[in-house]
Design a protein around this ligand. Sequence first.
Ligand code: KG4
Ligand code: ZN
Length: 336
Amino acid sequence: MTDRYILAIESSCDETSVAVLKNEDQLLSNIIASQVESHKRFGGVVPEVASRHHVEVITLCIQDALQEAGIEAGDLRAVAVTYGPGLVGALLVGMAAAKAFAWANHLPLIPVNHMAGHLMAAQSVAKLDYPLVALLVSGGHTELVYVSEPGNYRIIGETRDDAVGEAYDKVGRVMGLTYPAGKAIDELAHQGRDIYDFPRAMIKEDNLEFSFSGLKSAFINLHHNAQQKGEQLCLEDLCASFQAAVLDILMLKTKKALKAYPVKTLVVAGGVAANQGLRERLKEEITDRTVIIPPLRLCGDNAGMIAYAAAIEYEKNHFAALDLNAKPSLAFEDIE
Ligand code: KG4
Ligand code: ZN
């Protein structure tokens, strides 16, 4: 059998990325053009700015990904692209590029769900054992997913309001930290103590749902009240307290999910899976399952993860027509 190469494109938010995957698990290239510097001054991603940046660099990223992989378009077997969830304008740029490339090179198009991508980045660490449970934590999503077999994803719990990463970025903004603030808060948290008693929402409830908006509001109120009184709060302690509340919630709900779905493997993925505090607690507290967390470079948005998820869809002969549309609110249950 000849080797199978898949080119994958990701542009759902503020990273333009193109990767080449050889067979099931050899990531030959994963070019990531981050726009974060352009969005920093706005304190968040500006959709229109994101789309424009994607347009500027997408073809260069495709060229670089092929070159670094040492292959040519003619060697490819398929082109994969993120079609949701994400910012509609940003998604459309990657999709237009993927469709044009697929059409010009007579290649089939594989539609990939961005969150399935985050999850399947775990495939870079080890061959996954099914069924499994995944905790997906990113800037836009917080969800527990049951995966019965490759490519079959079912949400078993999710946030009712803010995503974890979003909460990190919002409290970071209040503290004057630059966007995205997750990493900085994580580092400061390691130097502080959990002395502010922030709420752990929904931990007493017997479900797998999350809520982070109350925690975010409690944080903002504490900060605001202290500012009005001219009090100085310790940044490190604030971060440690916030992170302790977040991690308590994530750990408790994940353990609950593992009790309800007694699988052997837990995958933890998405941008917030880069969190060192979360990694430490998973290591300490989940000792009776195999916990798989993608390496840091595959936690944030990248096309490598899209390629891993695409390899499964390829096996299932799951291809899309060239009229595939972007689905900004794509859910796992939606099948194209
Ligand atoms: O998955 P991702 O790159 O993009 C989305 O699909 O949303 O996630 C980005 C999010 C941001 O909110 C960022 O603050 C957060 O991941 N993040 C972290 C850490 N590194 C990135 N949050 C907590 N701790 C970290 N070390
Ligand atoms: Zn993401």
